[in-house]
Design a protein around this ligand. Structure first.
Ligand SMILES: [Ca+2]
Ligand SMILES: [Ca+2]
Ligand SMILES: [Ca+2]
Ligand SMILES: [Ca+2]
Length: 354
């Protein structure tokens, strides 16, 4: 929806420009902005508008070499539409389907500045054409206005802080991008291993990472997962490590964080918007919701009791534990004591809490 709003904005701007000069071509019109052609205008809406604003000749007569030069200068980073199918890897930035290209490049700047790589193609396949969703919100608010960074851990943001996770926590909030990117840090510190089950819902593609280590380091990201867009509630049932550890929520996928495309929609009293500022731009909704349950260490399937189902999961996982790559949060962790193998010690822990 927001992409359409952006398109609408662009066509309004181009229409306004055309009113100032009767002969201007209506941006966009066919023709690559980076190649000279006989006709006026070119096919990338923002670039066409920018160049014709700079040199009206380019929209009045023809798109000559001077227009190409202006385009190369002014339109760096503007790449929609460009050659190449959006779900296929290719060497230039951008792709052919304008809506899909605009969506992917808004979230993932790499796809605008560099090549349309494997991940851009994957993002197109994952994100384009899906209707945005709205989640029902309930629970305690994170109480972080989206123009502030109040729960973004240490070293970033305005306050070094993490969100405490009591058992049965139900919480809601918003995640946005920009200076610095908004992250929500959930503190999972403990003296022993514990089993927690998070249920996440979000209106944006989620990046979730589990990080070990205290503020003064060393830190290690134990695993990182990307949860698809609007795919219903996602369960993360896992064992926390002893010591300081944190689950971190942001926008992105397993390979790349999204740093753009989700504008804060609240008014910052210190920096109120100018009357001619464009409205906030968000390719998806900003809201998330989570419930965190504390489970028995041996409740491997997370059904709330320790029983036969957990025993059979433990027996099925018997032996050395290979770190799963990519990490699959739906694969239950049966190494209850964390010694790197599923064995007799884990079995006796399970039987003790039967
Ligand atoms: Ca937030
Ligand atoms: Ca935050
Ligand atoms: Ca169970
Ligand atoms: Ca073990």
């Amino acid at each position: 929806m927001s992409v359409h709003r952006l398109l609408h904005l662009i066509s309004t701007i181009s229409a306004a420009l055309c009113v100032t000069s009767e002969t201007l071509a209506q941006c966009p019109v066919p023709g690559d902005c980076r190649e000279a052609h006989e006709t006026p205008g070119c096919e990338q809406p923002e670039c066409c508008t920018l160049v014709c604003e700079y040199d009206p000749f380019c929209c009045e007569a023809s798109w000559g070499e001077s227009c190409v030069e202006a385009a190369l200068e002014l339109c760096e980073g503007i790449s929609c539409p460009s050659d190449g199918a959006c779900d296929v890897v290719h060497s230039n930035a951008g792709c052919a389907d304008y809506d899909c290209c605009a969506l992917v490049t808004a979230l993932d700047g790499w796809c605008t500045y560099a090549a349309w790589d494997e991940l851009c193609a994957l993002e197109a396949a994952m994100l384009c054409g899906d209707a945005p969703c709205t989640i029902a919100l309930s629970g305690m608010d994170e109480e972080e206005p989206c123009y502030k960074r109040l729960n973004d851990g240490w070293g970033v943001g305005q306050v070094a802080s993490r969100i405490a996770v009591p058992c049965g926590l139900a919480m809601k909030g918003k995640t946005v991008d920009g200076g610095p990117r908004d992250l929500e840090w959930f503190a999972l510190d403990g003296v022993t291993r514990r089993r927690v089950c998070f249920t996440f819902e979000a209106e944006f593609p989620m990046e979730l990472q589990y990080m070990l280590g205290p503020e003064d380091g060393p830190n290690e990201v134990k695993w990182l997962v990307g949860e698809p867009l609007c795919d219903g509630p996602r369960l993360l049932n896992f064992l926390t490590e002893p010591g300081t550890s944190t689950l971190i929520l942001g926008t992105g996928n397993r390979e790349r964080a999204y740093r753009d495309g989700l504008d804060c929609d609240e008014i910052n009293p210190d920096f109120p918007p100018e009357p001619d500022d464009p409205p906030p731009f968000a390719v998806y909704g900003l809201r998330w919701r989570l419930v965190a349950e504390c489970l028995d260490l041996a409740d491997i399937d997370g059904d709330g009791a320790v029983g036969a189902a957990d025993l059979s999961l433990l027996l099925a996982a018997w032996g050395e534990v290979e770190p799963a790559e990519p990490f699959d949060p739906s694969q239950p962790d049966a190494d209850l004591d964390g010694d790197g193998a599923v064995g007799a010690s884990d079995l006796s822990l399970l039987l003790a809490s039967w």
